[in-house]
Design a protein around this ligand. Structure first.
Ligand code: PAF
Length: 279
């Protein structure tokens, strides 16, 4: 495994490797956990070369405090990646990614007006900016993203379509801690007590499956919000049951679309997201 920090080094290295087989790409913001490592291994099964980027992208943070607090653990990340099938780690600085400020404004229509888009204005524009730049730098055949960030995945697929990028986007399953908490870099910011209580989010989501059909979508939505909020460590920002393509609210269980329950909740100052696919 090699570490490169500039675009020039990255492209020199990739020029040698591209003729040997396909390139798989796992973009990350570091603070790696088993969820990221599973993306790396999936990418290694599908491709000859695996590139992982580590870059905390400032343009996707709508809250400067959140950007400041975001864990940065490059040394530990590199050690973890050494244990995987990663071939190249690309860890650029902000000037390398944004030699000029990125003023592009994407339009994702109704995809960006709900849930994360509604609560984190500008977030997805920043994600689209950085992911399009990284895809342009790496030019991978396939790029891997976790299903925990379900809306991000939908946005990235739309961005790839709009820009006609020659890359296949591969969604990968959520990896959970033993207690059910979805793995996230932000979990590092939780105390042991908060971490134990944060598992209650997934715990509640799993119970919805049992109630589906017995109660209306509205009743279940209210029940999930009230149940999570009863845990003194947690405060729900939103919980919505939406379709898995346009992410628009579902009103009726008879709807033929695949449904997904998406939640964002604060555990102390840490904002966590999770979801459950119903059918
Ligand atoms: O999901 C993330 O970690 C980030 O949003 C991504 C895709 C690496 C872009 O910065």
């Amino acid at each position: 495994m090699i570490l490169v920090k500039t675009l020039e080094e990255l492209q020199n290295k990739l020029n040698d490797l591209r003729s040997l087989g396909t390139i798989g790409f796992v973009p990350t913001m570091g603070a790696l956990h088993k969820g990221h490592l599973s993306l790396v291994e999936k990418s290694a099964t599908d491709n000859k070369t695996v590139v992982v980027s580590i870059f905390v992208n400032p343009t996707q943070f709508n809250n400067p405090k959140d950007l400041e607090r975001y864990p940065r653990t490059l040394e530990t990340d590199l050690k973890l990646l050494e244990t995987t099938s990663c071939n190249i780690v690309f860890a650029p600085n902000a000037r390398e990614v944004y030699p000029e400020p990125d003023t592009r404004k994407f339009n994702f229509g109704e995809l960006e007006t709900v849930m994360e888009g509604k609560h984190r204005p500008g977030h997805f524009n920043g994600v689209a900016q950085v992911v399009s730049k990284l895809l342009d730098m790496v030019q991978p055949d396939k790029a891997y993203f976790g299903l925990k960030d379900f809306q991000q995945l939908a946005i990235i697929k739309s961005m790839v379509k709009q820009l006609e990028l020659p890359v296949e986007i591969i969604p990968c399953s959520i990896v959970r801690e033993d207690n059910g908490l979805a793995m996230s870099s932000r979990n590092e910011l939780l105390t042991a007590e908060q971490r134990a209580n944060a598992a209650f989010i997934n715990n509640t989501l799993s119970k919805i499956k049992e109630q589906k059909g017995l109660k209306s979508v509205e009743e279940i939505t209210n029940w999930a919000i009230e149940t999570i909020n009863k845990n003194p460590f947690l405060t729900v920002e939103y919980f919505e049951i939406v379709d898995d393509e346009q992410l628009q609210p579902i009103n009726n269980w008879n709807d033929k679309k695949t449904m997904i329950g998406c939640v964002a909740a604060f555990c102390g100052k840490v904002r966590l997201i999770d979801n459950i696919i119903f059918n």
